[in-house]
Write a protein that binds this ligand. Structure first.
Ligand code: ADP
Ligand code: MG
Length: 378
């Protein structure tokens, strides 16, 4: 029995706090995979292999040929807010890497049964195996193992320290695995939308000792070629370029000074680049699963924008959801990726103006192409 009165305000212990905040960074299987893949991309990997065991229930392993981790960083990589990617807070406005908060590895350590990292840099002709503790400190460090330059991060027993969330994952594992695959498809397509060298990405799942390949890109820089590699060449017959340019009125710099509110409105140019199903074909009923959205090449959920695009599409083809790859290229200061801990929800300033402008642009573009496509109104 505590001697404290039962309504006393008490601090939560550090371990519990760490688990709570970690649970906001890594919310599900998909975000766990996303963080690992983004770390590989940040490390300039050109080849990334993702291996699931039992749909990720047993383990998720991401193997890359990136820069590797130098021994001077071994003790800090698993610690919260330790990152090699951002030195000062001012840098936040110019982030070009996916990660910058040093929370992913530390969260994964807190939320799984074990995290093991094998890594080698260009300066070390061998690899080191690091086993991390729940709190991100190094539990064991092996000597030398054969390893080409790069990093392997292996996460076992995701969410086992949080029994309720673990049960949830087990119950919905096929659906959760599907979401993770959807995101991996989005990453497989992203390089192709803006011409950086494509990453060879392969994904497999091993169930009861049987390994099956889930997706594999061919390293091509063309979006069409990547679509063909992922879903077969027949897909190409049914899609056209999505190529929109329009202006959005954005309100910014709302300053409250001496009770006075000033806002300045300015016009920002928006470009949308990607692919979309022809009206005559649609994406079939599963179309929604094949919609990929990006802001400035970063995969993200922009559900209101997605909904608007689907609505416009439906006025041309009532019964189908299209296949969509849409990369929105916006001025960097018109969105904020830092609003949710999992970085999936992006705050778009002037979202409703953007959606209105998008609807007009899509309608114009679709209307002008009506003549070239068979419109299915039945
Ligand atoms: P962040 O990505 O925000 O820096 P993380 O927790 O995801 O934070 O990673 C912590 C650090 O571990 C990174 O800054 C990076 O130095 C290192 N790291 C993690 N994964 C890799 C990888 N695959 N290759 C090279 N370095 C990595
Ligand atoms: Mg990271």
């Amino acid at each position: 029995e505590s001697s404290l009165p039962h309504n006393a305000v008490k601090p939560i212990d550090q371990h519990a706090i760490h688990q709570l905040t970690s649970g906001q960074v890594v919310i599900d299987l998909q975000t766990a995979v996303k963080e690992l893949v983004e770390n590989s991309l940040d490390a300039k990997a050109t080849n990334i292999e993702v291996r699931f065991k039992d749909y990720g229930l047993k383990s998720i392993e991401v193997i890359d040929n990136g820069t590797g981790i130098g021994s001077e960083d071994f003790d800090s990589i698993g610690l919260k807010h330790h990152t090699s990617k951002l030195a000062a807070f001012e840098d936040l406005t110019s982030v070009t890497t996916f990660g910058f908060r040093g929370e992913a590895l530390s969260s994964l350590c807190a939320l799984s049964a074990s995290v093991v990292i094998t890594t080698a840099t260009a300066h070390t002709p061998f690899g080191t195996i690091l086993e991390l503790n729940r709190d991100g400190t190094v539990k064991s460090r092996s000597g030398k193992v054969a390893r080409q330059r790069g990093t392997t991060v292996s996460v076992s027993g995701l969410f086992t320290p949080l029994p309720v969330r673990r049960k949830e994952l087990e119950r919905n594992v096929k659906r959760e695995f599907g979401k993770a695959l959807h995101l991996l498809n989005a990453y497989a397509l992203v390089p192709c939308t803006h011409g950086v060298p494509a990453v060879l990405l392969s994904v497999s799942n091993t169930v009861q000792g049987k390994k099956s390949v889930q997706l594999r890109t061919d390293g091509s820089d063309s979006l069409r070629a990547a679509v063909s590699a992922l879903w077969g060449p027949k897909m190409l017959e049914n899609i056209v370029e999505l190529n929109l340019d329009f202006d959005v009125e954005t309100e910014r710099s709302v300053l409250r000074r001496r009770g006075q509110e000033t806002s300045n409105t300015m016009t920002s140019g928006v470009r949308v680049r990607g692919l979309i199903s022809k009206f005559s074909v649609g994406g079939g009923r599963t179309g929604i699963d094949r919609q990929f959205f990006y802001i400035n090449h970063r995969p993200c959920n922009i559900s209101k924008v997605q909904k608007a695009l689907n609505e416009v599409y439906r006025t041309f083809n009532m019964h189908q959801s299209p296949f969509i790859v849409a990369d929105f290229i916006l001025p960097p200061d018109s969105c904020d990726i830092n609003v949710s801990p999992d970085k999936r929800t992006i705050l778009l300033h002037s979202e409703s103006s953007l959606i209105e402008a998008l609807k007009h642009a899509v309608t114009d573009s679709f209307s002008s192409s009506r003549s070239t496509f068979t419109v299915n109104t039945s």
